[in-house]
Design a protein around this ligand. Sequence first.
Ligand code: CTP
Length: 415
Amino acid sequence: MHENISALIEKLLPPNVAGMLRNSGLAGAHNGLSVYLVGGMVRDLLLGRLNLDLDLVVEGSAAEFAEALKAAYGGKPLCQSQFGTSKLDWDGIKVDVASARRETYARPGALPAVSPGDLKSDLFRRDFTINTMAVNLLPENYGLLIDMYGGKQDLEAGLIRVLHDKSFIDDPTRIWRAVKYEQRLDFQIEPHTLALLANALPTLDAVSGDRIRHELEKVLEEELPEKALCRASGLGVLQKIHPALTADEWLARSFRMMRASSHPEVHVKQAYLCLLVYRLSARQMAEFAGSLNLPTAWRQMLFDVAALKTIFDVLGYPALRPGQIYSILESYDKTALQAVMVVAPNDVVRERIALFLNKLSGVKPLLTGHDLLLMGVARGVKIGQIIEELRQARLDGRVNTRDDEVSLVTALLAR
Ligand code: CTP
């Protein structure tokens, strides 16, 4: 008996999203194309979790279907790729449309070769059974659940299971995905799948740094990334990125403190990365950055973490004035500072980084460069020097008003 989940769709999804699903089915029917909702949204509907990423699979041309959908119901096409996928923005709802396809892998870690297929082969190419369920959207069968690979049963049992024994070899990034889903959903990786995963660990070496970084970023975007990282550490997956990495109770506690103390300007995902590498040496951090092919800004952030670890003595010096704290810290990346603040070894250092982030870094003189020009300061480096003098004076409480600043500039010019 096929289960129909249309009532669940109406109950869990916002009306505009549910409407979009019905309209997709109508557009498919008008154009003689079968259309299905697939992937994470189906899984999450059955789990009662809200997920608004609409992934549609069409038996036939996705581009033709996306055009028909747009012609009938509007929406902005976002992009089309060579794999026959289209993205549409429909009143803020992002819809991915793909042609049903099969995939074959020439070697581990390589991207798959893609050829047209039907729904069954499209579902078979996927990572885990819980991600292989689909929902028919055609009006006459609207809401019928299609479960060809035992996804519902594994969902109910809380199991992450691959579809075939070569799954991790074909695509080693699934090792990270297995850990991510297991920890996100509080599931278990099924024992045979776990054995396959352990055997496939060496294949991670063949995957590009960019692809591993992508998976790591996805983990760091999870609500509680420390869970997946600790599991990955226990399985030896994390150490495939760098052998010195470890995720443990220290890291979990640091992540929790990070979330509790986070400053609005700080990117939490990047701050997690800083904490993950915090216990590595500067050299190991550089190796880590190289193995993941990190973008330049992220590398700089990690180098700043390494550098900050070397200045705790200076920063802990008893009689530092606010202006001196500012001068010591101003050139460091804010996210690196935020992360280091969470784990710095003593209260004085932590308090001074917090003071810098929350207060000192935003202090600037009331007088601008333009004001200084009007006061007769010559164009050039002098302007910058005076602005810095004014900032220092303001930080240390030697000037408080605009008049104080004018007096200070006058005195500096007279000198
Ligand atoms: N997929 C896969 N192997 C990968 C990446 C993705 O088989 N290495 C499949 C999965 O079955 C997944 C679908 O492609 O359902 C879409 O992938 P992705 O966008 O990463 O997953 P979502 O389900 O959209 O997101 P999530 O599961 O994280 O909620």
